[in-house]
Design a binder for this molecule. Structure first.
Ligand code: NAD
Length: 371
């Protein structure tokens, strides 16, 4: 199979495959084309791709590959792809139904890895997890860097410093990594999540789990969170308000696929925080968990800094690309026949879940029911 690696849009420093993964796919019998400059921001030069055995191509040339790999959808050109071309990336189709309809018209086959069911068998291909882990780690470092005080407790001859109080809203992959990283830096950590199942993991990381009873059961939502009713939201807000007034750093990660992120922190709550506190909102791209979050921007309100950034994995481009590439390689194995050609087993829930377009037809049940 001819596999093409696209250069990402200018806001993205990651690349979908690093040279080492390119070399592995060539050894499996594929031909690899890499768009010129694709790996530059992830510290992988064109020369390294050439040494790995790839051919360098322009954007127009690379569109002739049979399978295209990317992270974000290219800003232009997908509509001109040849019918039958297959594409793998993170396309957030539940938020971008208009774009998917345009691609359907060009007859392509499209896999969106953010649509994979969150099952044990999917773990090796789970890009949401590999990238969220990085986001959680980097969120804490960004918080520590922005916060004008210490994280750990210190007792020095010049006086004592109390440990920073960190609050995590949403203990999924990003939240759990944020807890672990903050604990290593010496912060005292409190955590909210609507899934009581996560309590044990939170406590094993040395953080306190604040339980709000009566959350909607998400166990049948394929591993994803579900929306909460009004009563629960009010009770949760009251408990968060108590914790947030004492918090120095807040990391928010709560998201519901295909929906606007729940607003967990109101303007009044923000105004109860002391000046110098910092919020890192990882749910910024889907609307944000605070009333004042602006995606890709930093807002300072009454001395509280609110950083809206859902693309932190891009700031660790090399490791993030390495892990993304490994996820891709495992996924390519799932959709390939022994001779290397594309082979889709429609009985497989991972194929059914991640394939959003097959030769121009919308195949995905979640996407169909959200349209
Ligand atoms: P996510 O990014 O979708 O959401 C982050 C967290 O926010 C979740 O833990 C969610 O429960 C929580 N949340 C949502 N609404 C909330 C609210 N109103 N208040 C407080 N918290 C709220 O999460 P994720 O990291 O992608 O993980 C989602 C699920 O997938 C989890 O159940 C996780 O265990 C599961 N998972 C499965 C696999 C796998 O087996 N392949 C891998 C990773 C995660």
């Amino acid at each position: 199979m001819i596999i093409g690696v696209l250069k990402e849009p200018s806001f993205e420093a990651r690349v979908s495959l690093l040279p080492e993964a390119v070399s592995a796919l060539i050894k499996q019998g594929n031909e690899l084309w890499v768009e010129k400059g694709a790996g530059e921001s992830a510290f992988a030069s064109d020369d390294q791709y050439l040494q790995a055995g790839a051919l360098l191509k322009s954007r127009t040339e690379i569109y002739d590959a049979q399978l295209l790999l990317c992270i974000h959808p290219p800003e232009e050109g997908f509509a001109s792809l040849k019918s039958g071309t297959a594409v793998i990336g993170i396309f957030q189709p539940l938020y971008r139904t208009d774009l998917i309809q345009q691609w359907a018209d060009s007859g392509i086959t499209c896999f969106s890895l953010d649509m994979l069911p969150r099952t044990t068998r999917a773990q090796s291909m789970d890009v949401l997890s590999s990238q969220a882990n990085i986001a959680g780690y980097k969120a804490v470092l960004l918080g520590a860097y922005t916060y004008g005080r210490y994280f750990p407790m210190l007792m020095t001859a010049a006086g004592s410093i109390a440990p920073a109080k960190l609050l995590v809203l949403g203990a999924g992959v990003a939240g759990l990594q944020a807890i672990a990283t903050a604990r290593r830096l010496g912060a005292v950590v409190e955590v909210f999540d609507t899934r009581p199942a996560v309590k044990e993991e939170v406590m094993s990381l040395g953080a306190k789990f604040v339980e709000v009873e009566g959350a909607a059961d998400a166990s049948k939502a394929g591993g994803y969170a579900v929306e909460q009713d009004e009563d629960f939201q009010q009770r949760q807000k009251q408990r968060i308000a108590e914790s947030i007034a004492k918090a120095d750093i807040v990391i928010t990660t709560a998201q519901i696929p295909g929906k606007k992120a729940p607003q967990l922190i109101t303007k009044e709550m923000l105004e109860s925080m002391r000046a110098g506190s910092v919020i890192i909102d990882l749910a910024a791209a889907s609307g944000g968990n605070t009333a004042l979050t602006v995606n890709n921007s930093t807002v300072v309100h009454n001395g509280v800094t609110i950083i809206g950034n859902s693309n932190l994995p891009s700031t660790m481009s090399s490791d993030a690309s390495k892990l993304y590439g490994k996820n891709l390689m495992n996924f390519i194995k799932l959709i390939s026949a022994k001779d290397g050609s594309l082979f889709l087993n429609w009985e497989d829930d991972l194929v059914k879940g991640s394939c959003i377009l097959f030769e121009g037809n919308i195949t995905n049940e979640r996407l169909k029911s959200s349209a």
